[in-house]
Design a protein around this ligand. Structure first.
Ligand SMILES: [Zn+2]
Length: 269
């Protein structure tokens, strides 16, 4: 799946989940908390592709996510890809094929998803304000890059970086203290998980069962069979899937804000 589809799926899942919690579990969120969670989940849904490195020295290539903060994020992607490849070789069994890059390995597993969600929550709890603002800055950058890809491409990474910093600061200044922290870790973790599910419906699949060994393989790639799998960049992905995700997001948002709008309307009249 391409970057924008991943980001959009993260946003759609977060909004639909928030709507379900609001309807059935009586769990209500402020509009700001909802917006932050949605943006962080959209950003988190791009995070696993930080293992797709480009050419740092020539400032080229890499996944959507790797280009968010220019050469800085390309460098991080390079490191992440090498670490992933290292973990692949450290844990590979005799039937696992040799490979020369780490894309779609470590960062596309459930332990990684849990680690990122837990790590984010732990960082926010330990360092408070500064961890929150740093993580928000990073996730907003990814979300902008993914959700508004054409704009981000035209604007360039400097503008994207400045916009993310501004949004992170605004959120930090307005989010009630203490309450928003577990939400951020959850949103990042859910985003990573949604990314993995998204890649599972494409042809290559992901090693979702790692580290469970199956027939002398640790890195069994699980995905839909080729005949029904989604082709990356195909019309089905770019038009149909994105339209469905957009409709889900819009309906969930409407469902979440309609009651309070109606209520205000009644009170005002
Ligand atoms: Zn991926």
């Amino acid at each position: 799946m391409m970057g924008p589809s991943h980001a959009l799926s993260g946003a759609a899942v977060w909004l639909a989940g928030s709507w379900a919690l609001d309807q059935f579990a009586d769990y209500h969120q402020s509009p700001l908390a909802l917006a932050v969670g949605t943006a962080v989940c959209a950003g988190g849904a791009l995070f696993p592709d930080l293992d797709l490195s480009g050419k740092v020295t020539r400032n080229q290539g890499g996944a959507t996510v790797a280009r968010t903060f220019g050469v800085f994020s390309l460098f991080v992607a390079e490191v992440m890809e090498k670490i992933s490849l290292g973990v692949y070789y450290a844990t590979k069994l005799s039937k696992d094929p040799r490979r020369n890059n780490g894309h779609r390995t470590l960062t596309h597993t459930l332990p990684f998803t849990l680690l990122v969600g837990w790590g984010t929550t732990a960082l926010c709890a330990a360092y408070g304000k500064w961890a929150v603002i740093t993580i928000l800055f990073f996730m907003f950058g990814l979300a902008l890059r993914g959700l508004f890809d054409e704009w981000a491409e035209r604007a360039g990474w400097v503008i994207v970086t400045l916009a993310s910093a501004g949004a992170a600061w605004f959120t930090f200044a307005n989010l009630p203290g203490g309450r928003g922290y577990p939400l951020i870790g959850t949103a990042v973790g859910v985003g990573c998980f949604v990314h993995i599910l998204g890649d599972m419906i494409t042809r290559a699949g992901v090693p979702i069962l790692w580290p469970i060994p199956i027939r002398r393989r640790m890195w069994t790639m699980i995905g839909l069979p080729n005949s029904i799998a989604l082709r990356t960049g195909s019309k089905t992905e770019v038009v149909v899937l994105r339209a469905v995700l957009t409709v889900v997001s819009v309906l969930a948002t409407a469902g979440l804000i309609a009651p309070s709008v109606l209520q205000r309307f009644n009170i005002d009249i």
